[in-house]
Design a protein around this ligand. Sequence first.
Ligand SMILES: Cc1ncc(COP(=O)(O)O)c(C=O)c1O
Length: 453
Amino acid sequence: MKAIDRARLAALSAREGRDFVRGHPRSAALFARAKKSLFGGVPMNWMAKWPGGFPLFVTEAKGARFRDADGKDYVDLCLGDTGAMTGHAPAAAVKAATARLRRGVTAMLPTEDALFVGAELKRRIGLPAWQFALTATDANRFSIRLARLVTGRRKVLVFNYCYHGTVDEAFVTLKDGKARARRGNIGPGIDPALTTKVVEFNDIPALEEALAPRDVACVLAEPAMTNVGIVHPRPGFHKALRELTRRTGTLLIMDETHTICAGPGGCTKAWGLSPDFFVLGKPIGSGIPAAAYGFSAEVAARAAERIKVEDCDVGGIGGTLAANALSMAAMRATLSEVLTPAAFKKMIPTAVRFTDGVSAAIAEAGVPWHVSRLGCRAEYLFHRSVPKNGGEAAAAADFELERFMHLYALNRGVLLTPFHNMALMSPATTAADVDRHTRVFRAALAELTARRP
Ligand SMILES: Cc1ncc(COP(=O)(O)O)c(C=O)c1O
């Protein structure tokens, strides 16, 4: 196995950086102007982290492609980090959203679309009670609040290196077996070790020990981790997770915001899981802000007993624009016409093609990396084998190498999901799009591992 030559990596990164700046004068000029009115020159803090020194400014996006301000076209394998897993601007969602916009979108009152969405989610997931939010972060937060309400417990348990949006309770990592505040969480109110227990994914004995005192309101989990590379559950893990949560009166929240890539009902349906809560954001409205969280009849009954009508507008769960008519129309169209079983039949084989191509290129280059897949999501990791937990996956991160791979792809017309090496397939993504990435990936590896002359 070949180790990456760091001097070569630095030289190649510098060359790609120069090419990026030279190739995108209009985005560079917009970034310079943006600095005059936007913090850091970006409308959203983390956009400053894109490799190349400034983000590309987008003019339009359709299907699996987008165009930047310099008129260059890209294959989009990032797809808004799952927000556009539907493909950009799918016709059915555009039609429904446009029609709704013309008829008004926010009246603090329900529209009939909510009934369709609730019934469809109930049919797909099996949970009977649904509520809505504008982001998956909020849907997670609100699920946690309800779990605390009905259990009367305060603590939350998460898995090491999870990501569930900007949910304060989730920014905890394990260090020397202890919960520690995760680096990078801006301005937390209190030490998250006070609110949260953290164990490694797939570690059943640690989970059992953490739940034993019966002070945890809920486990917040992705069925497979997707934000630190893909970490699959080991056989028997989900069975143990469900048994231990039930035995200790702990509620189980499955955040399927990303793992909906596994199929129309996410991993919950594909693997026969039975969580107490199910959370879905990002693609559910084809990119229009929308999220849903559903819960069991038991949680619904216990919550109803504790929420007085007089107080139900006060706090904990809420949002004036949540469940607005535009989000509802977009969700209805997405569930009925975009993220259909037929769409997944197309998307998943495209992802298989991606992993086949990347895996062959890794083998040819002889680097100690691997690629894995969950449904229509694929990710390569700078690690020889599939990690069994978040700690192992995080240890394989290589910031400099990752930035180089992303910039190399971007300079050749392919956008990967930033901050890790993820590629997502939409119904519009083609075999040719995937093959283009494979060629670029192979070329990057060839340059990285080439013998010195
Ligand atoms: C699993 C998971 N849940 C929740 C979120 C939060 O989504 P949003 O930022 O749209 O609130 C993310 C974002 O990446 C996520 O990956």
